[in-house]
Design a binder for this molecule. Structure first.
Ligand code: ADP
Length: 401
């Protein structure tokens, strides 16, 4: 019987699992939320149908994984051991530039990056330990959000700080969302029938987290996120770039380090500006109904994004396309239109009809034809993680992707 790949993504208080077939088609997706509370919730979609999942109060990651795996086995989605298990790991520091089969040394190296991603890496490790116990004989592969950006040149990754910050503590720009940006490279290559090393593009991943990457000849050359995923664009609840002098200022106003960190990570971005929600769909509706704060949120979001698209051009010698992806990038014609309106001087213009259809009638193209190509391409980080996991665990098997 054909074997599936299991993809595990442990976030803070949530767990996402996906099962993909040998052809990397989605067979099942499970989302578990509010772990470690007395009312955890889970929803599953198996072969296109919704299934209910019941979790015990205060279930932890290991409990939830075991419950979900039992469900997947009972529905015959997982039969016996999977071929490989791919784990999304947020931070690989400078240790990992590609997906890597997990052994004790790799676990140690991921643990060594915990201080760079204290909200993410320790939880990723819990997921790895739990699945190793469930499937001791199956190869497990770490697929890092940072790996794709290990090609950044030093002028793009060094901060203008005393050298000891980088040398002693690894303070530099790492970049994240690498799996999604790498998937855009692959997708554009398939559409244009070009190998990766002949492609140059700007990839804008706009979801709850947002980042943008300049890819030149198949390599990441600049990206908006930095030491942590807080830098760069305006996001759902993260501020993106602020003046570093803000920290001093807020401390003088009496805010603690923890409350400043919470403000920048959880209370800012679209949520902070709109004063209501981090959900872009609701913000667009509120703006259209006359809300001034919703209008501010959208105006700042689009202007910052346009500025970054301009900045990314500095890393490219030519461009095959500007690509929008993620929940906002794939679905919001108004955000794409308002962003691209700032970029006429740089040779980007949108076709309103194609844009309104999210590019569905035009093979993803939404530009007017009078300048650079602009695309909408749905992301699929899980299939990319599955592909990279299979390649890392079975390097001698011919690729069918
Ligand atoms: P995550 O980063 O958590 O995977 P997604 O990629 O699903 O998030 O993106 C979530 C964002 O996409 C939310 O702000 C949501 O409102 C937005 N979004 C989804 N559909 C639309 C739409 N039709 N119009 C505007 N925003 C949308």
């Amino acid at each position: 019987m054909a074997k599936s790949t299991l993809v595990v993504n442990c976030g803070s208080s949530s767990l996402k699992l996906a099962v993909l077939s040998e052809d990397f088609e989605h067979q099942a997706q499970v989302l578990v939320e509010r772990l470690d509370t007395d009312h955890p919730s889970a929803s599953a979609r198996i072969d296109g149908k919704r299934e209910s999942v019941t979790l015990e109060p205060n279930s932890d990651y290991a409990d939830a994984l075991a419950t979900v795996v039992r469900l997947l086995e009972s529905k015959d989605v997982l039969t016996g051991d999977p071929l490989v298990i791919g784990h999304r790991v947020v931070h690989g520091g400078e240790n990992f530039s590609s997906a890597t089969v997990i052994d004790e040394a790799v676990i140690e190296a991921i643990t060594a990056c915990n201080d760079l991603a204290p909200l993410h890496n320790p939880i990723n490790l819990i997921g790895i330990e739990a699945t190793r116990k469930l499937y001791p004989d199956v190869p497990q592969v770490a697929v890092f959000d940072t790996a794709f950006h290990q090609t950044l040149p030093s002028y793009a990754y060094l901060y203008a700080l005393p050298r000891r910050c980088y040398q002693d503590w690894g303070v530099r720009r790492y970049g994240f969302h690498g799996t999604s940006h790498a998937y855009m490279l692959k997708q554009l290559g398939e559409r244009l029938d070009k190998p990766a090393n002949a492609l140059s593009l700007i990839s804008a991943h706009l979801g709850n987290g947002c980042s943008i990457t300049a890819i030149e000849k198949g390599q990441s050359r600049d990206t908006s996120m930095g030491l942590t995923p807080l830098e760069g664009l305006v996001m759902g609840t993260r501020s993106g770039d602020v003046d570093p002098g803000l920290f001093d200022f807020l401390q003088h106003k009496g805010l603690s380090r923890d409350s400043i960190s919470r403000m920048l990570n959880r209370e800012s971005g679209l949520l902070g500006l709109s004063g209501k929600t981090n959900d872009m769909r609701a913000i667009v509706e509120a703006r259209d109904a006359g809300s001034a704060t919703a209008r501010d949120a959208i105006d700042v979001f689009c202007f910052r994004l346009a500025r970054y698209i301009g900045a990314m051009m500095a890393s490219l010698s030519r461009i095959d396309g500007l690509v929008f992806t993620g929940g906002i990038g794939e679905n919001s014609a108004t955000i794409r239109e308002q962003t691209v309106a700032h970029l006429q001087l740089l040779g980007f213009t949108i076709d309103q009809n194609r844009n309104a259809q999210n590019g569905r009638q035009s093979s993803g193209r939404i530009d007017s034809g009078n300048g650079h190509a602009i695309y909408v391409i749905p992301t699929d980080e899980e299939s990319m993680i599955a592909r990279e996991a299979v390649d890392a665990a079975y390097p001698d098997t011919p690729k069918n992707h």
